[in-house]
Design a protein around this ligand. Structure first.
Ligand SMILES: [Zn+2]
Ligand SMILES: [Zn+2]
Length: 421
C-alpha cells in the first residue's frame, strides 16, 4: 500500500512530463490565438453544484463521483468535469458584467470513480473551453475550429468531426414522443439500461454502446428533422460557417446529450486509430445550464478534450517531440581542495544562465566523465587541486576533444558566449 499509488491513478515521471508540457503549451498557444483566457477553479466544489450542474440521473453523479463529508460536515466532491465549476465562478465573480462573451479555457485533473482501463484513469486530465453569453452559431463554429486546430497543430491527421443538433426545450418534447413511439415496438429487446432510459431519457438509447440496441434503434426518427425554426436556423448557420472555414464535418444523429439544459449544437471529434476510445473531443451548447446553476438565462457552449487520449494518439503516431536535455557544462572536481572552487564555478555558470551540473556522489574522475557524457554536456570544466590553487580551469570541448587551460573569468565568458541562453 505504502509504495503503490491508488488504483486508477498514475504518476507522471520526468521522462514523460515533457510530453504533457508540450500538449499543454500547444493548448495555451491556440487559446491565446483565439482570445480565450485561462481560468483555474478548485479541484473540489460543493456536491450540490454537480448534482445540479451535471444532473442527478447521469452515470457520473449516480456512480462515479468522489464525494465525502469534510471535517465541517459539508458534502464535498472532487470535480468530475469542469463546466459546472466554471459556470459557478462566472456567477460568483460576476464575469457577465464585463464585456461579453466570456471566453475561458482550463487545463487540469478531473476525478471519476470508473473502472480503470487502457487510457482511462480515475484521476484524468482535460483541456476544455467554455464560452458564455454568445448565442449565435459563430461561437459554436469558433470553438469547433479551435479544437480541430489544436489537434492538427499536434500533428494528428484524418480527424473526423461529427455534429448534431439536440434541439431545445421547445422542440425536443415533440421529438421525444416520436422517438418513444418508435422504440416502444421493440422495447423488451433492448438492454436493461435502455429500458430504464426509455422513460426518463429516451435520446440516450441512441448512443447505447450495446450492439443489439444499436441495431434495434436503426431507422429511428432523427432530431434534426424535428427542429423548431430557431434551432433549425442555428444549425444551418453553424454548417454554413464550418463550410466557409473549410472544415469537413459529418452529421451524426446519434450524437445526443442527455439533459434538458443541453441545447442545439452537439459535436465530437474522433481519431479513429484509437479504436473504441476514438472520441478525443466532445462538446456542445448548454443554454439552460447557467440558469440551472442559479444565474440569469445565459447561453453557453464548451468542449472538453481528454489529455490522456491525445497523448495516446500522439504516442501511436510517434508525434511526440524529442527532448533536448543537453547540458552546456559539467563541472568536474578532483580532490578535496577543488570542491569549494568547483562549486563556486557551478554557481557562477548558473547565474549567467548556462545550464550546468556537477557530481554530488563523490565519484572518481572516470565516473564523473562518464556522467558528463550521459548528461550530454557540451563542455566539461575540470578543476584539480593545482587549478584550484591558481584560479584556473581546464575547459574541454566534448565534441572536438580540444581542451585549454583558462582563468575562471575567461572560461565563464567563453561559455557565456557559446552557450548562454
Ligand atoms: Zn428548438
Ligand atoms: Zn442499450
Amino acid at each position: 500500500m505504502l509504495t503503490t499509488g491508488p488504483r486508477g491513478t498514475k504518476d507522471i515521471l520526468p521522462e514523460t512530463v515533457n510530453n504533457w508540457r508540450y500538449i499543454e503549451n500547444t493548448a495555451r498557444e491556440i487559446c491565446r490565438l483565439f482570445g480565450y483566457q485561462e481560468i483555474r477553479t478548485p479541484i473540489f466544489e460543493h456536491t450540490e453544484l454537480f448534482l445540479r450542474g451535471i444532473g442527478e440521473t447521469t452515470d457520473i453523479v449516480e456512480k462515479e463521483m468522489y464525494t465525502f463529508n469534510d471535517r465541517g460536515d459539508r458534502s464535498i466532491t472532487l470535480r468530475p468535469e469542469n463546466t459546472a465549476a466554471v459556470v459557478r465562478s462566472f456567477l460568483e465573480h460576476k464575469l457577465y458584467a464585463d464585456s461579453q462573451p466570456t471566453k475561458l479555457f482550463y487545463i487540469g485533473p478531473m476525478f471519476r470513480y470508473d473502472r480503470p482501463q487502457a487510457g482511462r484513469f480515475r484521476q484524468f486530465h482535460q483541456f476544455g473551453i467554455e464560452a458564455l453569453s454568445a448565442k449565435g452559431p459563430a461561437i459554436d463554429a469558433e470553438i469547433i475550429i479551435l479544437a480541430a486546430q489544436f489537434l492538427e497543430e499536434l500533428g494528428l491527421k484524418d480527424l473526423k468531426l461529427y455534429i448534431n443538433s439536440v434541439g431545445c426545450p421547445k422542440c425536443r418534447p415533440v421529438y421525444r414522443t416520436k422517438l418513444q413511439d418508435h422504440l416502444r415496438k421493440n422495447l423488451a429487446d433492448f438492454c436493461p439500461d435502455c429500458q430504464s432510459r426509455f422513460e426518463r431519457n429516451p435520446m440516450r438509447v441512441l448512443d447505447c454502446k450495446n450492439q443489439r440496441c444499436g441495431e434495434l434503434s436503426q431507422g429511428a426518427p432523427e432530431m434534426v428533422d424535428c427542429l423548431c425554426d430557431d434551432c433549425k436556423q442555428h444549425f444551418e448557420g453553424l454548417k454554413q460557417l464550418l463550410t466557409i472555414a473549410g472544415v469537413d464535418f459529418k452529421l451524426n444523429s446519434r450524437l445526443v446529450r442527455g439533459l434538458d439544459y443541453y441545447t442545439k449544437t452537439a459535436f465530437e471529434i474522433q481519431y479513429e486509430p484509437l479504436g473504441a476510445q476514438s472520441a478525443v473531443c466532445g462538446g456542445g451548447r448548454y443554454d439552460g445550464l447557467v440558469a440551472e446553476c442559479g444565474g440569469d438565462e445565459t447561453p453557453g457552449i464548451g468542449f472538453a478534450i481528454g489529455m490522456e487520449r491525445v497523448l495516446l494518439a500522439l504516442e501511436k503516431q510517434s508525434l511526440l517531440p524529442s527532448v533536448d536535455n543537453k547540458l552546456s557544462a559539467f563541472v568536474v572536481a578532483l580532490g578535496a581542495s577543488a570542491q569549494p572552487v568547483s562549486f563556486k564555478l557551478l554557481c557562477e555558470l548558473r547565474k549567467r544562465g548556462i545550464t550546468s551540473d556537477m557530481d554530488f556522489m563523490n565519484r572518481s574522475l572516470k565516473a564523473q566523465m562518464k556522467l558528463a557524457n550521459k548528461c550530454l554536456a557540451c563542455y566539461v570544466a575540470i578543476i584539480g587541486e593545482d587549478e584550484a590553487a591558481q584560479g584556473k580551469v581546464m575547459l574541454k570541448n566534448m565534441t572536438s576533444g580540444e581542451q585549454e587551460l583558462l582563468d575562471f573569468d575567461q572560461a565563464l565568458n567563453k561559455l557565456k558566449a557559446e552557450m548562454g541562453e
